[in-house]
Structures are given as structure tokens and as C-alpha cells.
Write a protein that binds this ligand. Sequence first.
Ligand SMILES: Cc1cc2nc3c(=O)[nH]c(=O)nc-3n(C[C@H](O)[C@H](O)[C@H](O)COP(=O)(O)OP(=O)(O)OC[C@H]3O[C@@H](n4cnc5c(N)ncnc54)[C@H](O)[C@@H]3O)c2cc1C
Length: 383
Amino acid sequence: MRADVAVIGAGPAGSTAAEIAARAGACVVVVERKAEIGSPVQCGGFLPENFELRELLPRAMLPESLYKIPDRCILHHTNIQRIYAPSGGSKEFRVQGRVLDRRTFDRYLAYRAAEAGAEILPATRAEVVSEGVKLSGHFSGSLRPKVTIGADGPSSGAARFIGSSKKEFGICLEYEMAGVCADQDAAEMYFGSRCAPGGYAWIIPMGDGVANVGIGVRKSYLGRVKLDQVLGGFIKDHPVASEKLKMGKVTAVMRGLVPAGGSPSVLQKNGVILAGDAAGHVMATSGGGIPLAMVAGRVAGEVASEVVLGKAQARDYEHRVKAEIGAELDRSVQIRRMVDAAMHNDRLMDALFSALEPPQMKSVMRGRVPDLLGVLREVVGRR
Ligand SMILES: Cc1cc2nc3c(=O)[nH]c(=O)nc-3n(C[C@H](O)[C@H](O)[C@H](O)COP(=O)(O)OP(=O)(O)OC[C@H]3O[C@@H](n4cnc5c(N)ncnc54)[C@H](O)[C@@H]3O)c2cc1C
């Protein structure tokens, strides 16, 4: 099969890259190991509204598929982000958001890529080898593309092939729960060493008494405790959350990894370009990766099609993607590392929580607040 550009993975990064490269005239093949694109889901689906995204990523050009999402992909809308401290106290700020049906959304993105002319190979595994890309599964054979886009998620084989490794991950477990009394207007985050060591627990309403309830933690904080015990404890024993969840029934179980350490320095080598989770494009403060994956996918698709036409080189990708999302990504990692110190100690976390006003908290979640170090010093000094 002929391919100028091979895209591995039909998630938000891969399908966006494929659509953009195909629209620019490249012959694109997308390889996806899932038999049904978008399923099983491994995501909470929370996505801020467009004006919030423009504030979050002010240097990025959002792809059309991100700012024009059809209603059928949206399960629910929220207006508030509420954050709970380990003590159970809460603060909230306005964030207008949507909760996506990731199954429908990922398919919508793949349909757009197909409409633009990309070939899609579902139920097929891709392996990057020195001669190109080897296919196995429903479709088999090999591709010899000019450019390969590794959009194959957090455990990316493409990233391993080019020696680009991510070291820090959050491990996540989430339930879809029906019959819950979650606040339908708020996406909630819960901090505390018991309910989410080194991370946070969340309740994201999906409408009609259904919610996505999950935890994302770091292994180094978890010790020997099992993830399902921690999530079970949050649902059953958390003084605030358990009241909302006590009548809930689990209707789906999802697991996944989230890169938590930002982007490695190597994002391309030998004609292989990484985008999305494969490249660590996730806000370390929130674990949100959908918008960054799609911006990176757009840049990867543009660069790949220009390489095919002889107008750019694969290495141009690194500075072009960093110019759009690099500063926000780097700052989110710096902030997460500062907050890490407090994550070991609930009393310190409570003190930090009381020292931050809601607008400052919103900035922290967005990877801003240059004076967070000052706030932390003040908190530690007061103790
Ligand atoms: C539990 C959980 C909750 C989350 N909640 C949110 C949230 O609420 N909001 C948010 O913004 N982000 C959230 N994220 C992060 C978000 O899901 C990711 O950042 C986003 O999906 C990244 O898109 P991607 O295209 O880079 O990777 P993915 O969506 O992971 O897509 C990669 C694709 O590559 C395919 N693939 C992998 N290897 C191969 C191979 N060898 N051959 C063929 N195909 C392959 C996979 O099957 C997959 O379809 C969450 C993540 C997790 C784990």
C-alpha cells in the first residue's frame, strides 16, 4: 500500500494529523489497533469551552475539528470547577466546559480524516521498524512512508523506537457510575493522601444521574496499595464524595496512563514525529491532554505534508510545536513539581489550599501563577 505519511493511532492527535496532511494533498494511511475507533474509552472527556481553550493555550492555533465539535459528541455542559482540599473544604471558580462522548468524538475525528482522503486501517497493529511500518492484524503488510506520525498514546512504540522516553506517569482508574447525586454543574477534583496519593480524584457529571468517577495517582506515592482499593475507599469513605456516590452503580470500568512529566526533548528522529500523549503533550497540573494532542496533531500533519512536498524537514516539527504549546506545558510541569512537596503532607496541602484564592487556583490549573513558589514559601514559613 502506498503512503507518503503513515499515522499510528486514531486518537485525537492521530486523526487530526491525518486530516490536515490529507487535506494538504499527501497520501495518508492511519493504522489503529482498536477494532472500533474510540472504544474502549480511556478518558474523562472533560474539555473546556473554546474561549477557555484560547486562554489556556494563547499561542496555539486550534484545529477546526476542536473548535467546531458537533452536538452529538457532547454529553453534558458544566460551568464550575470545584476543588476539595484534604480536609474536605472546597473552593470553586468558573470554567465553562463540555463533557465529550469520547467514543463518538474519536469517530467524528476519524470520519473527518477519511473524508479528507486518508485511508484508515482499524483492527491493525503498527510497528515502526527501520524500513518503515510493519502491519499486523486485520490488515497486514508494510508501509514505506516518507514520514511516520507516532500518535500511539502514552505507551508509544514509536517513541521507544526513536529513543524518546517519558519517565513520569499518572496511573488512572475510572468508573462510569449511574444513579449518583453529583452536582450537574460542576467538574470536581478531590485532593488528599488517602483518596488520591500524589494526584487527585474526580467526579465529572455526564448528565442524567451518570458520572465519570476516577482517580489518577503516581505509583511512587501509591506504595503497595492497589488502585481499585483507593478508588473504592474514595467512593465509600470520602466525607463529601461518598454522600454523592452512595447510591451509584458501576456501569463501566476504565484504566489508563497519563504522561505527567511534560514533553521529552526528542520529538522526532529519522522521519518519525511524535504527537499527543506519545510526546507527553498533557497538562501536568490537570492531566488534560485532548486539546494539546489536537494542536500537536495539527502541527504534525502540516509538517508531514510539507516534508512530502520538499518544503520542510521533520526536525522543523520540534520548534513549531513548542512555539504553540511548549511554554504552557513546561510551566504546568514546574507547578506540579512544586505542589509535589505538599502532596506528601495533607496539612501542608490544606495550608496551601487556604492560601490560594479561587482565581489563583484557576491559574495554577492552567499552568500559570509565577508566584506559586512565594505562596509555598509563605505556607511553609508559617508552619
Ligand atoms: C483515565 C483518563 C482520564 C482522562 N481524562 C481526560 C479529560 O477529562 N480531559 C482531557 O483533556 N484529557 C483526559 N485524559 C487524557 C486524554 O485522554 C489523552 O491526553 C488524549 O486521549 C491523547 O490523545 P492521543 O491521540 O495522543 O492518544 P490516545 O487517545 O491514547 O490515542 C492513541 C491511539 O493509538 C492507538 N495505538 C496505540 N498503539 C498502537 C499500535 N502499535 N498500532 C496501532 N494503533 C495503536 C490506540 O489504540 C489509541 O487509539 C485522560 C486520560 C486517562 C487515562
